[in-house]
Ligand binder design. Structure first.
Ligand code: CO
Length: 223
């Protein structure tokens, strides 16, 4: 049996089973979706959220791309965030990275001009920002530390975004957290990042990106 045949056969069996065991369930969730989580993860085939966090259908609104990037200039990312926050009112946003990420490893190598290289330039910004820390690590640890720093940076990109700032301003519940996954033991680890309000975020942002005393106007500041 080919993979496609197996896929379709499994699906027929699953559909029959779920309708027998739980009549009306699919009709109920067909009517509406009220996901609890917006999941931004890597496209890696081993780190899908469904098995990792065990929530029922209809719980997770998913966006995945190579190296779990939230790119502020990417219409796809922005559309997902806007729809999740403004329309679906999803209360939790989870950025999930993973150790052993091929995209992160590639970002530590030279950039080319293929689409994936250009996409990974966003991880290279992160690498450059933390180069002092990364360069002193043994090579074997560098990619995994960059994977953690990349999750943090994508969380920051989300918290800086107007969609989230406006939601917080109007009092909407939105918690943004960063986690990383290790395929070796299947465990998610929270990276000490959790932002529930504009105040939470600003307190952290001031601590990690202190402003110079001769303040440059905010709009002109180069980070
Ligand atoms: Co990956």
């Amino acid at each position: 049996m080919s993979s496609i045949e197996k896929m379709l056969a499994y699906n027929r069996q699953w559909s029959e089973q779920i309708r027998q065991e739980n009549p009306g369930y699919l009709e109920t969730i067909a009517a509406d979706q009220q996901p609890e989580i917006l999941w931004i993860g890597c496209s890696d085939s081993r780190v899908g959220p469904d098995q990792l966090i065990g929530l029922p259908m209809g719980s997770i609104f998913v966006h995945r791309n190579v190296a779990n990037i939230f790119a502020t200039n990417d219409l796809n990312c922005l559309a997902v965030l806007e729809y999740a926050v403004d329309e679906l009112k999803v209360p939790n946003i989870v950025v999930c990275g993973h150790y052993g990420c091929g995209g992160i490893k590639a970002a530590l190598e030279h950039s080319g001009v293929q689409p994936v290289d250009l996409w990974l330039d966003q991880v290279r910004f992160v690498r450059n920002r933390y180069s002092a820390e990364l360069d002193q690590l043994p090579i074997a640890e560098r990619a995994n530390r960059l994977a953690e720093r990349n999750v943090e940076s994508q969380v920051y990109n989300i918290c800086r975004n107007t969609i989230i700032r406006e939601a917080w301003k109007r009092g909407q519940e939105v918690n943004v957290i960063g986690v990383i996954y290790d395929i070796h033991d299947g465990l998610l680890k929270q990276l000490g990042l959790e932002f529930r309000s504009q105040q939470d975020w600003e307190r952290h942002d001031r601590r990690t990106h202190p402003r110079p005393s001769h303040t440059t106007p905010h709009m002109l500041r180069v980070e």
